[in-house]
Design a protein around this ligand. Structure first.
Ligand code: MN
Length: 240
């Protein structure tokens, strides 16, 4: 009895030391309607000088909030989608009723992409490690080369969209770009890291200098979350 109690206390201690996915905001993709705006995992000014507080507040509190509200409104008038997770809405976007498909594509994508964006940024410097670092070196040659590829993808995106580090169904790391709020899951890839290149992500601080923003954001990438996604993506059924 006593050892059972000790065991319980030890497990409780371990579980309080290690943040659960929901505490870290990493379980957003398994959530269902009504969707909620996740809190920023750091103060709005934490990423300065790379991303300024005003941009963060408007980006999170206005843009992301609008995607969540519009997504919920679309699901509300489409009962068939009520039980769908955010992940499923992305993967099976072509099965979504045509009357709301574009709305879900834009706003469901907007909710997924920004939920991921916030948790893959951090004021605490980090580097890729372990199997992810090995895969980056094997595929791109170096972290610098990966950032150069992300920068090029972001610069070549005409208008609004995202630059991504994604995993293909074959387990290969690739850099790709999507327009608007499209998400790699919509064409079968798994997004590990997304860089928002909409003007709303940088214009207040960088004006037309998207390249300066893309150079700066590498200083605030939160690699531990990217690493976790890389590991779990290889484990069905999260990625299949
Ligand atoms: Mn955005």
């Amino acid at each position: 009895m006593k050892s059972t109690l000790h065991c319980f206390l030890l497990l409780s201690l371990i579980s309080t030391l290690q943040p659960s996915p929901s505490q870290a905001g990493e379980d957003f993709a398994s959530q269902k309607a009504p969707f909620q705006l996740p809190p920023l995992p750091y103060p709005a000014n934490a990423l300065e000088p790379h991303i300024d507080a005003k941009t963060m507040n408007i980006h999170h509190g206005k843009h992301h909030a609008a995607y969540v509200n519009n997504l919920n409104a679309a699901i509300e008038k489409t009962p068939a989608l009520a039980g769908w997770t955010l992940d499923r809405l992305m993967r099976e976007i072509n099965q979504v009723p045509e009357s709301v498909r574009q709305t879900i594509r834009d706003n469901g994508g907007g909710h997924y992409n920004h939920s991921l964006f916030w948790i893959t940024l951090s004021p605490t410097p980090s580097q890729p490690s372990g199997p992810l670092a090995e895969a980056i070196n094997a595929e791109f040659g170096s972290l610098d080369n990966l950032f150069a590829a992300l920068r090029e993808a972001g610069m070549k995106r005409f208008g609004s969209g995202w630059a991504w580090l994604s995993l293909t169904p074959e387990g290969k790391l690739i850099v790709e770009s999507t327009p608007n709020q499209d998400n790699p899951l919509m064409h079968g890839n798994f997004p590990l890291l997304g860089i928002d290149v909409w003007e709303h992500a940088y214009y207040l601080n960088y004006q037309n200098r998207r390249s300066d923003y893309l150079d700066a954001i590498r200083n605030v990438i939160h690699w531990p979350v990217v690493e976790t996604r890389f590991q779990t993506a290889k484990t069905p059924p999260i990625h299949n």
